[in-house]
Design a protein around this ligand. Structure first.
Ligand code: NAD
Ligand code: ZN
Length: 232
């Protein structure tokens, strides 16, 4: 199984939060990407969201995404749990993707709970509005919001039953996503971390740290396992 974070999409041109570049210098996530900020001033938060949606629309999967999709097709990777909301795993061809923090494909109304495809509403203007007049929120999990119960259950079941976990491009700072490696480890899984930097997992539960960017590391891993027959 793989757990991915913002780092896997850096080589697709989407900046991660930590070691911030680009848009996150302008918009501090702790100030903008919180449910409190959205409830207080949704128009202000949409300045950040619209820039994010724009960056996503220009991004394409990189070799780390496509190699994970290939591993799934080979039968050696069961699923990807991603903290990302950019849709690049699906764009690369991964089928079993658990979007732990949701996505920006859909908009929801916090007043009347109507849902809309983002494209349709955003075309009509930013901030996008519900038929009831309220400003819509993308169906992603902002800081301060709960992970949907079904998503949490599904992710936990995956985490508990994998033999090995690839932890790719996450600083493992955001709860409860950062508990996933701990859950897997407790059940005896081997933890393989791919990250050019160390994280708090590296010296605690990681068995193997591949201290490299996601694309070259995942590409090489795929080459190494290509000729090994899949588990029966
Ligand atoms: P993070 O920003 O906290 O950490 C990114 C990690 O990726 C760091 O540990 C960094 O060393 C590593 N990294 C940087 N470049 C890398 C590369 N080329 N290859 C491999 N690793 C690399 O990200 P997080 O842990 O995912 O937590 C931040 C939260 O914000 C998450 O929910 C995340 O998904 C979300 N976010 C999402 C996107 C996106 O959807 N692409 C972008 C920014 C933030
Ligand atoms: Zn509404």
């Amino acid at each position: 199984m793989a757990l991915t974070g913002a780092g896997i999409s850096v080589e697709s041109g989407i900046p991660a939060f930590r070691g911030a570049q680009g848009m996150w210098e302008k918009y501090d996530p702790m100030e903008y990407a919180t449910i409190g900020a959205f409830l207080k001033d949704p128009e202000r938060v949409w300045a950040m969201l619209s820039e994010m949606v724009d960056v996503f629309s220009r991004a394409v999967p990189n070799p780390a995404h496509t190699c994970l999709a290939d591993m799934e097709k080979m039968g050696v990777l069961r699923s990807v749990i991603t903290q990302n909301v950019d849709g690049l795993h699906q764009a690369a061809g991964s089928r079993k993707v658990i979007e732990f923090h949701g996505n920006v494909e859909e908009l929801v109304c916090l007043a009347c709970f109507r849902r809309y495809p983002s494209r349709e509403r955003i075309r009509e203007g930013i901030p996008p509005k519900c038929e009831c007049g309220k400003i819509l929120k993308p169906n992603l999990v902002l800081f301060g919001e709960q992970i949907p119960w079904a998503t949490q259950e599904e992710a936990e079941a995956e985490a508990k039953s994998c033999a090995a976990l690839l932890v790719i491009g996450t600083s493992a700072n955001v709860t409860p996503a950062c508990d996933i490696p701990l859950i897997s480890r407790r059940k005896g899984a081997v933890i393989i971390e791919i990250n050019p930097e160390e994280t708090f997992l590296t010296r605690t539960i990681t068995d193997l740290h591949i201290k490299e960017s996601a694309s070259p590391a995942v590409s090489r891993l795929l080459e190494e396992i290509r000729d090994i027959p899949p588990p029966s």
